[in-house]
Design a protein around this ligand. Structure first.
Ligand code: SF4
Length: 398
């Protein structure tokens, strides 16, 4: 079985398609965001600070910042992506300096505990049979003078989670399991997140029962990942930071948009169709016939291009496959039998005048008893169809 890490599991939860592209298909992309780069530089700097301290060398604030700036200069390259167009690499570097400055002022001279290791690679099992294996890296492992083991994680994110988020976080709790397997005598373990942008710590303590439950839940998630054949895209705010937009049926259309000039883009068939559909949709009454025609063209376009979301100038449409029940009524005998059943229970006049094919709507809206629906289903087929949802996306740019 694959060796899992927390980030691999999180990627699956965030978007199964991204997980498949990254970990199953192993499609490599050179993709580094400035936020990721900043996080790495800050981690390396703190690692150096604590490693030096273990060997009796105390970095002063200037030394710490100069190490960070040296790393930044040496490692920065133009392929690093800055999504926020109003920010520059210098802005992010200054943010790193501020975070490290605050951290230094808060924790210097770094002797409230003893560092056991930094960037500690840890490998452990979730079960006694050693079927489910995991790996991880602990930013810093330390021990206090009263014997408390601390698992530290440095975070450079701009969001501060709440205590409940910390108490339900999976990553450090899994590392606790790993530490306890490696050092069974370590009984009291504190999980500590350092949110550097806020100069704040979040601390969480987990009971043996909580760790046991976490292991069970993680094994079931791994079972689900191992057995699934479906890896649908799951759109979220994190899509802007995804390295596979060109392979994603939801985002592909946005990438295509970027490669055209405005005039070229406006002349794209998908854009024309979405704009037309939006216009008819806004007009409402009297446009049903034409809307049906545009819907068919949109579906054909989406299938041909292999996309689920088509963007227009102001709106986007999402096309989702659905199964619809369709009454056959193929032969006169079948139609008559079906009509008789419905007449017998006195429902005919309520729903139909003469048209038996409108029965599908009764099913879609779950209007009748299960028993009657089951009887009627014998006269129906499942038919593949598509639903179309139109919306106005908040952000039309990648
Ligand atoms: S762009 Fe979003 S939905 Fe598409 S693969 Fe990436 S994370 Fe998933």
């Amino acid at each position: 079985m694959t060796v899992y890490s927390n980030s691999l599991l999180s990627t699956y939860e965030q978007c199964p398609l991204k997980y498949k592209l990254r970990y199953r298909d192993r499609i490599k992309r050179k993709f580094e965001t400035v936020e990721g780069f900043l996080g790495t530089m800050v981690h390396w700097t703190l690692r150096k600070c604590y490693d030096d301290h273990r060997f009796g060398v105390n970095m002063n604030m200037d030394g710490l910042l100069s190490h960070f700036n040296g790393l930044w200069k040496h490692r920065w390259n133009d392929s690093i992506i800055i999504m926020k167009k109003d920010k520059t690499s210098e802005d992010y570097k200054s943010r790193g300096e501020e975070m490290l400055g605050d951290y230094y002022r808060h924790y210097s001279p770094f002797n409230s505990d003893q560092t056991i290791d930094t960037e500690l690679s840890i490998s452990f099992f979730l079960d006694d049979a050693h079927k489910y294996r995991m790996i991880g890296y602990i930013d810093r492992l330390s021990k206090t003078s009263d014997g408390i083991i601390q698992i530290h994680d440095f975070k450079t994110s701009a969001n501060l989670p709440n205590q409940n988020d910390a108490d339900t976080d999976r990553q450090l709790a899994l590392y606790q399991l790993g530490v306890q397997q490696k050092w069974p005598d370590y009984n009291t373990i504190h999980l500590i997140w350092h949110y550097l942008a806020f100069d704040m710590e979040l601390v969480s303590l987990r009971s043996p029962e909580a760790i046991c439950e976490l292991a069970w839940n993680t094994m079931s998630l791994i079972d689900e990942i191992e057995s699934t054949q479906e890896f649908p895209p799951r759109e979220s705010g994190l899509c802007d930071w995804c390295e596979y937009p060109d392979l994603c049926p939801i985002r592909k259309n946005i990438v295509i948009k970027e490669s055209f000039t405005k005039n070229e883009y406006d002349s794209q068939q998908g854009v024309i169709l979405v704009d037309r559909f939006a216009l008819l949709n806004n007009r409402g009454e009297g446009t049903e016939g034409e809307m049906e025609k545009v819907k068919i063209e949109l579906i054909e376009y989406a299938l041909r291009e292999g996309i689920d979301v088509i963007r227009g100038n102001e709106y986007q449409v999402k096309i989702t496959p659905v199964n619809k029940m369709k009454i056959r009524g193929e032969s006169d005998i079948e139609s008559t039998e079906l009509e008789n059943i419905i007449h017998e229970v006195g429902k005919w006049a309520k729903v139909f005048q003469n048209d038996i094919t409108s029965l599908g709507a009764v099913f879609d809206n779950n209007l009748w008893s299960n028993e009657l629906m089951e009887q009627i289903m014998k006269y129906s087929n499942d038919e593949k169809g598509y639903s179309i949802q139109i919306s106005r996306p908040g952000n039309l740019k990648r």
